[in-house]
Design a protein around this ligand. Structure first.
Ligand code: PMP
Length: 368
């Protein structure tokens, strides 16, 4: 029974209960065909339809234009940290990285690890990643292959609120922890990638949205570098994400989650709900008179991951214990930064955040 349990896990994260029930119902026999999605061929008609539903759902949600391809890959967002530079930075070229958190820094470092030149285009590391830089702080070189940003910094809890850029070079975004949480203009990006396990499905599939006309260039660069086949975007695109066996069940769940999100009213409705949820949690922080200390400067706060600290280590421990007793799961801050983190992705209901707010207010009154 899921009642009385509020899932604030950072990822893998909450999935809509309706989706889980539907998957359960369809598990032994998908579409009445007598086979489970887990045991069908990725070249069957039934799977063709499943992958098409996943793609169409994402296209409708995000308004992905025909200029962009949608790929379903494996290896997580972490493999994209390597694939993006390997496919798009030509020999002797470079790309710029905006470093706003640990994942952004990992993306930047990985480019270097695979022998590509990555340059810091802007960084807030010196400020403890407390804010997102403005676009005017991003020093882009016209010769760079692209600029890379991380739209939501899952660990520290910050998020780009203004994605309208005026870069004249391609923009690449890691949207792992906020894809489909709000409307975005996909046409403003040459490539978007996201591990599915926060807003759009389970772990095991990574969604890549890439401009088709950029792929020709990637193919040339990949050939020149003699990249392994599996690391070539052009190969995955030509084979409709089925060069090898795709994670069929994960793609099926992406289809169900995308359809659920559309039924909820799409990304405009998600944005409104996510704002409401964030306002509840940040309200508890801001009205606590310093008992809960927000980590991020308010204009850069994430609607997906709210982070705060409690000064007294014993009280913080007690907070986590009591929270757990009351059914609030996953509130421990990331092991690298400590503190408390409330991850409230799309499938976390407003009610969960309202309950948490009541708990936070009550706890503060008792422990301050
Ligand atoms: N980027 C961001 C913003 C993330 O939050 C994460 C995972 N939490 C990653 C990249 C790494 O993703 P994966 O585990 O799918 O490789």
């Amino acid at each position: 029974d899921r009642r009385g349990v509020y899932n604030f896990n950072p990822g893998p994260a909450a999935l809509p209960e309706e989706v889980l029930r539907r998957a359960q119902e369809e598990l032994p026999s998908y579409g009445g065909g007598g086979l489970s999605v887990l045991e069908m061929s990725h070249r069957s008609k039934a799977y063709d339809e499943i992958q098409a539903r996943a793609e169409l759902g994402l296209r409708r949600l995000l308004g992905i234009p025909d200029s962009h391809r949608v790929l379903f890959l494996q290896g997580g967002a972490s493999l994209q940290f390597a694939m993006v530079p390997l496919n798009f930075i030509p020999e002797g070229g470079a790309a710029g990285y905006v470093v706003t958190g640990s994942w952004a820094e990992k993306a930047y470092q990985e480019a270097d690890k695979v022998g590509c030149r990555a340059v810091v285009a802007a960084s807030t590391k010196e400020e403890g990643y407390r804010r997102i830089p403005s676009w005017t702080e991003v020093q882009a070189d016209a010769a760079w292959a692209y600029v890379h940003i991380t739209t939501n910094n899952t660990i520290v809890g910050s998020q780009w609120q203004d994605l309208r850029h005026s870069l004249s070079i391609p923009l690449v975004a890691d949207m792992s922890s906020d894809i489909c949480s709000r409307p975005v203009r996909v046409e403003d990006f040459h490539l978007i990638y996201a591990g599915a396990q926060k807003n759009i499905g389970p772990a095991g599939v990574t969604v890549v949205i890439v401009r088709e006309d950029w792929l020709a260039q990637a193919e040339e660069i990949a050939k020149a570098r003699k990249l392994p086949t599996m690391l070539r975007y052009a190969v995955h695109a030509k084979n409709d994400s089925r060069y090898n066996t795709p994670p069929v069940f994960a793609v099926y769940l992406v289809a169900l989650v995308a359809e659920w999100t559309l039924e909820q009213g799409g990304l405009t409705a998600m944005e409104a709900r996510n704002r409401e949820k964030a306002a509840l949690v940040y309200g508890a922080i801001d009205e606590s008179d310093g008992f809960y200390q927000g980590v991020i400067d308010p204009p850069s706060r994430s609607w997906m991951n709210a982070t705060f600290r409690i000064a007294d280590a014993e009280v913080k421990k007690r907070f986590l214990e009591e929270a757990k007793e009351q059914g609030f799961i996953g509130l421990n801050g990331h092991r690298s930064v400590g503190g408390i983190r409330v991850s409230m992705y799309n499938a976390v209901p407003v009610e969960a955040c309202a309950k948490l707010r009541t708990f936070m207010d009550d706890f503060r009154r008792r422990y301050r």
